[in-house]
Design a protein around this ligand. Sequence first.
Ligand code: CP
Ligand code: NVA
Length: 300
Amino acid sequence: MNDFISIADIDRAKMEELLEIAATVKRERAAGRSDLAGKTVALVFHKPSLRTRQSFEVGVFELGGHPMYVTDREIKMGQRESTHDIGKVLSRYVHGIMIRTFAHSDCVELADAADVPVINGLTDLLHPCQIMGDLQTCAERGKALDDMVVAFVGDGNNVANSWVNAAGNLPFELRIASPSGYEPDAGLLAEARSKGANVNIMDDAARAVEGADVIYTDVWTSMGQEGETDERRAAFRSYQVNDDLVAGAADDAIVLHCLPAHRGEEITDSVIDGPHSAVFDQAENRLHAQKAIMIDLMGE
Ligand code: CP
Ligand code: NVA
């Protein structure tokens, strides 16, 4: 890999290799590693974060490297200077760049300009690191990545879009239940289907979770959409992951949420704190999955 911008850019073999490395670094965490010894990774954030920032900082440190947090207050990408020039200059200092930003095109433009690997830590379109940690969690919980049924309930936004990308590489069944107008990206769906993805888009949450092995949800209002909060609460009212909905899934189904959760909106306390929930393992696995990505891109 040269960059990690989208799961659609890698194939099944690379996904399996990354998941294997992620499992190894998790198992052997206490031993320590030095894959990034003497290397610096810039972590550029244009949106808030708990998991992505901390897991990348800790991940770079535990691989022997130096994480450098960069905010847009200082660099003002595209205003103070061009995204292209920032990519060129950062490449003279650091060995890799992770960016969380709004427009996906800014992430792509940075990667095109940079001479070092760029990792997408979330854009308005995609959240690929998230899905690698999610798949690690599914595998750990005994789900067969080849024939599990994943029911995504809620907003067909960046997280759902990256699940669509993953379905283009792995033959699990992906059902996405979203209200009309909030479905995943049509272009990404067409691309995944052309690679054989088994994806079904529907508007009925109960139908989506029927017998499912994994139930997944995300916030109804993503970062940057705060002005649409009321409208979205109304549109998504019947898409809450609650005990009634979970009862329709397989008995051993797991419930995943990328977090942060808006408890009482897209998911109830009883589900997120209940016996099916794997959300905190899932949050931890961001660390391991991203170490695998960095080892592949920047490791010796
Ligand atoms: N899931 C996730 O990316 O969390 P943060 O927004 O806190 O980084
Ligand atoms: N869809 C959410 C994911 C947060 C990790 C957002 O973009 O805010």
